[in-house]
Design a protein around this ligand. Sequence first.
Ligand SMILES: Nc1nc2c(ncn2[C@@H]2O[C@H](COP(=O)(O)OP(=O)(O)O)[C@@H](O)[C@H]2O)c(=O)[nH]1
Ligand SMILES: [Mg+2]
Length: 232
Amino acid sequence: MRVIELNKTVTESNDRDADALRDRLKEQGTLLFNLMSSPGSGKTTLLSRVITDMKDRFKIGVMEADIASDVDALRIESLGARAIQAHTDGMCHMDAGMTERALKAMNEASAGAGVAEEAASADLDLVFLENVGNLICPAEFDTGAGKNIMILSIPEGDDKPLKYPLMFRKSDVLIITKMDTLEFFDFDLEVCKERVLRLNPDIKIFPVSAKTGEGMEAFENWISESLADWKA
Ligand SMILES: Nc1nc2c(ncn2[C@@H]2O[C@H](COP(=O)(O)OP(=O)(O)O)[C@@H](O)[C@H]2O)c(=O)[nH]1
Ligand SMILES: [Mg+2]
C-alpha cells in the first residue's frame, strides 16, 4: 500500500487553493467528496458498500487520511478501488494543499500500476476523501471537494448538532448511519433532523445502515445525480 506523509500546507490562502483544485477537478469531470465524522462512526464501512455497489458503473478512488496505520486503505483497495493512505503528521484535518498532494500520489501510484500519468486522475469519476476522524477541525478547512458529506451514527446521540454545529452547517449531506441499532439507543430521529435542519435548511439527510444496506440506494442515487450535474 502506498503511504504518503503530508505536512501542513504553508500557503497564503487555503480557500484560494481549494477553489483552484475544485475548478481543475470540475474541468476533468472528477467529483471529489469530503467525508467527515467522528472516529468509528462508519466512514470506511459506508465507503466499502458504495464501492461494491457502484464500481461497475464508475471509476472510484479513495484517499484515507489518518494520523497512523494503513488499515483503511488496505480494506478499500481489496474491494477494487484505487486507494492511497495519507498520514497527516499528527494534524486533525486535511487542507486543500494536502488533498492535492494525496490525489497526485494516488494517481502516480496507479500510473506505476500501468495507468498513463495524464490519464491517471482524469479517468476517475468519483474520489472520496475519508477525512481524519473528528467533528471539529475538518469542518474548518475547505479541501477543494465538490461536496461535503458528514456521518452521524446512532450510538453517538441525537444531541451532536447542538454541540458541533459548524460541520452540520458546512455539509451538503448528512448520513445518519447504523440505523440497524436504533432500537438499542435513545436516539430520536425526528428531533435530530429538526436540530440539523435548523442549522442548515438545505442539507439532504439519508438514514442508512451500511451493515444491512437499508437506505443505501437513495444515497447512491444522490451520488450518481451529483456526478451527472458536475459533468454537465
Ligand atoms: N451495526 C452497525 N455497525 C456498523 C455500521 N457501519 C459501521 N459499523 C461498525 O462500526 C465500526 C467502525 O466502523 P468504521 O467504518 O471503521 O468507522 P470509521 O472509523 O468512521 O471509518 C466497525 O466495527 C463497523 O463494523 C452499521 O451501519 N451498522
Ligand atoms: Mg475509517
